[in-house]
Design a protein around this ligand. Structure first.
Ligand SMILES: O=C(O)CCC(=O)C(=O)O
Ligand SMILES: [Fe+2]
Length: 187
């Protein structure tokens, strides 16, 4: 559905089917201990952008996910989620695939109160060896490719994911942005 919204259809060069075949899934279960004892809220997971296509998050009745407001200039929104709600984050891979059309927000986890927070996240991500690049349907003369093809598994190797890199607010841009250089003309 998201791919269709940027012009890829089931009939257009098999783009949708090809993506489905090149997608793997990873499930992560997390426990965030409560600070308790009247302690202040504390960071459970630093601000980051997901690297995946999509991440579907569900949790027990304890809120904690915060999402950047206004593309980074308006603080943090803290959605209230019922245990039957799902929060969906787009990640670097989906941003690259849609040539920047689908924004991937910064988010973090902040825990407070006396009750532990549990979350389950299903990530969809490219399979080993699949090159990620903007879909043909998203690139034209007015919208040149913003990202060069990259191997997700290679770029986001766990050993490359140092705490510094994990927290880097623009990993995709650092790994794969097409850089254009302009040469200043002589006066
Ligand atoms: O545990 C959560 O609710 C979110 C965790 C998260 O953003 C992540 O693992 O990428
Ligand atoms: Fe995340």
């Amino acid at each position: 559905m998201v791919l269709e919204s940027v012009g890829a259809t089931a009939s257009s060069a098999g783009a949708v089917e090809a993506q489905a075949a090149a997608t793997a899934f990873k499930l992560r279960l997390s426990e965030y201990a409560a600070p308790g004892g009247g302690e202040d809220a504390r960071l459970g997971l630093p601000a980051h952008r997901d690297t995946s296509f999509l991440a579907v998050v569900t949790q027990n009745g304890v809120d904690g996910v915060e999402v950047e407001f206004g593309r980074g200039d308006g603080g943090w929104a803290r959605p209230t989620l019922s245990p039957s709600s799902f929060l969906v984050f787009s990640g670097d891979t989906l941003k690259a695939l849609t040539n920047g059309q689908v924004y991937n927000p910064l988010h973090r986890v902040v825990v407070s109160g006396d009750e532990a927070r549990y979350s389950a996240i299903l990530f969809s991500l490219p399979v080993d060896g699949a090159a990620v690049r903007p879909l043909d349907e998203t690139v034209d003369g007015d919208h040149p490719a913003m990202y060069r093809p990259f191997d997700y598994v290679f770029c986001y190797l766990p050993e490359n994911m140092t705490p510094e890199v994990m927290k880097h607010a623009h990993k995709l841009e650092a790994f794969a942005a097409v850089r254009t250089t302009t040469t200043a003309s002589a006066p």
